[in-house]
Design a protein around this ligand. Structure first.
Ligand code: AMP
Length: 151
């Protein structure tokens, strides 16, 4: 049964986002503004309040570590899955299911732990690590202000 589901053609432009925190909500709003199809999943229904009133996508309340919830979100027809809950293990688990079970072409997950980021990049899962991104940006800004002082 699942074989036929995973073998279905990907629905171009359908994005599933897991975790409706500030980052997830901002991303969902941006995708919805472009009139692309988006599904937001969060285990806490109150989190959907962060979505703007203009949000035109779908929402689903449920725990993303439950595969039945991912099926209800129709993960099998997504071409992009972004997992940005506040828990690295959840994000890794969702990313691996999306990649290995449903063969989603674009899988991105947030990892707070920079050491894990390196490992999962090797598994073909794109990761973003706020610590690494912030460090790079602070370093860049410090370099810029140093240059300005020396000029
Ligand atoms: P933030 O920490 O602001 O980025 O928010 C993270 C969001 O992820 C919160 O709204 C949580 O309710 C949500 N979240 C955490 N774990 C899960 C999970 N297992 N399934 C679905 N949503 C989750």
């Amino acid at each position: 049964m699942d074989f036929f589901k995973t073998a279905r053609r990907k629905d171009s432009g359908y994005t599933v986002i897991i975790g409706c925190g500030r980052l997830g909500a901002s991303l969902a709003n941006a995708i919805s503004d472009k009139e692309a199809s988006v599904m937001m999943v969060d285990r806490d229904e109150r989190a959907f309040r962060k979505l703007g009133t203009a949000y035109g996508g779908l929402t689903l309340a449920g725990d993303a570590t439950d595969i039945a919830v991912l099926r209800s979100a129709e993960i099998e027809r997504a071409d992009t899955v972004v997992s940005v809950t506040n828990d690295d293990n959840t994000n890794i688990m969702v990313a691996q299911i999306a990649r290995n079970v449903y063969h989603i072409p674009n899988v991105i997950c947030r990892l707070y732990d920079p050491e894990r980021e390196i490992v999962y990049k090797e598994f073909g899962i794109d990761t973003i690590c706020p610590t690494v991104l912030s460090t790079r940006e602070i370093d860049r800004l410090l370099g810029k202000s140093k240059e300005a002082k020396e000029a």
